[in-house]
Design a binder for this molecule. Structure first.
Ligand SMILES: Cc1cc2nc3c(=O)[nH]c(=O)nc-3n(C[C@H](O)[C@H](O)[C@H](O)COP(=O)(O)OP(=O)(O)OC[C@H]3O[C@@H](n4cnc5c(N)ncnc54)[C@H](O)[C@@H]3O)c2cc1C
Length: 332
């Protein structure tokens, strides 16, 4: 079958790879310039760093299995670090779930999975048209793509909702359920000594600080930290300039190490409008309309992490394969 996948994040790329192995013809449409979605890696002249998910801490054996397979392919590594929590003092996190990173960057699995699939980047799909049992996809510059037997939408729920609403009945979408996140990457002028590479602060404007340059296969000459502001702070500061955001994050990093200041050589900031679904928000169900050849799934269906994106992809492929085999057995 000819299948269009909207979104080249973890969910879309794993679905594309699985269905391609089954012999389907896959085309992936991605609005950004690269693969990875919220598991993206930014390359600059001063180094590379992960701007979205910084690592994976899998709790599901099925996801660990996928990561082991990626490890064998040289695409994932165990990062032998102890995460720390900062309350009054820095304390080792008692949770001993292993930490994995994708190498060379967190979008590496997406690169690996999409080998052999057709990929259209910088293509934002704005409308899905269904006629005579086939799909045409339209992008924002009014180019059309098709014809496809199936469309599988894997964008964050707010963006999926807009594409799906003309075709299926959906619960109302509430933007307030989606938490934004400012992420700042900074190359420091002087390395912080004796550092813990993963810190979950409390009573801070930061929710996470990661020494990105310490990850496997990343060691550079100077320290690069990625810092995530809390969702609450990100929301309150969404209109502020990126310079102010960088300064705020660096001050918070300094205070984690009980310093007056840390100086940076370079900074990069990104605002994620839909970073994660709020933990207490109702989770949208995956969309499954085989009579139309339309489906949607993503991390939002199962939790809001790389792990849930992988689980969503695996569950979707199982359902798709069962449905396909059933349809074939009936027609044959
Ligand atoms: C700052 C931050 C920190 C995080 N930290 C962690 C962490 O520590 N651990 C963890 O496990 N997870 C973390 N996550 C969550 C994790 O990154 C996501 O859960 C996961 O990557 C989601 O994958 P996905 O494929 O479902 O969605 P996405 O990665 O969002 O992929 C969807 C893709 O669809 C594309 N798209 C959207 N609309 C369209 C359109 N109309 N046309 C074409 N393409 C479109 C998007 O550009 C995107 O590439 C974090 C996320 C953020 C933002």
């Amino acid at each position: 079958m000819d299948i269009a996948v909207v979104g080249a994040g973890i969910t879309g790329c794993l679905i594309a790879a699985t269905l391609q192995k089954q012999g389907h013809k896959i085309t992936v449409f991605e609005k950004s310039r690269g693969r990875g979605g919220r598991a993206t890696c930014k390359r600059t002249h001063w180094g590379q760093f992960d701007l979205g998910a910084p690592f994976i801490r899998p709790t599901d054996p099925l996801v660990t299995e996928h990561l082991t397979e990626l490890e064998q392919q040289g695409v994932a590594r165990r990062w032998l670090v102890t995460p720390y929590k900062k309350q009054q003092t820095l304390q080792a996190d008692k949770d001993n779930t292993p930490v994995y990173v994708l190498t060379p960057g967190m979008n590496a699995a997406c690169h690996f999975w999409l080998q052999g699939c057709r990929l259209a980047t910088s293509t934002r799909i704005t409308y899905l048209q269904h006629s005579a049992g086939k799909w045409l996809l339209w992008d924002e510059s009014q180019c059309k793509f098709g014809l496809f037997d199936w469309v599988i939408v894997t964008a964050p729920w707010p963006q999926s909702h807009a594409l799906l609403a003309p075709h299926v009945c959906l619960p109302a979408f509430d933007e307030t359920h989606w938490l934004p996140c400012w992420t700042v990457a900074a190359q420091l002028q002087t390395a912080l000594p004796d550092v813990m590479p993963i810190i979950y602060p409390s009573d801070s404007i930061l929710q996470l600080a990661v020494l990105d340059s310490e990850k496997p296969l990343r060691q550079g000459h100077s320290q690069i930290w990625t810092m995530q502001l809390t969702h609450q702070a990100s929301n309150a500061m969404r209109e502020l300039s990126s310079t102010v955001i960088a300064r705020t994050a660096l001050m918070a990093l300094a205070s984690l190490f009980e310093r007056d200041a840390v100086d940076s050589l370079q900074c990069y900031q990104h605002f994620w409008r839909y970073a994660r679904l709020a933990p207490d928000a109702p989770r949208p169900s995956p969309v499954w309309a085989p009579e139309l050849g339309l489906a949607a799934t993503g991390d939002w269906a199962l939790g809001g992490s790389v792990e849930s994106a992988m689980r969503a992809a695996v569950q979707f492929c199982q359902q798709f394969t069962d449905n396909f085999c059933y349809a074939q057995s009936r027609s044959g």
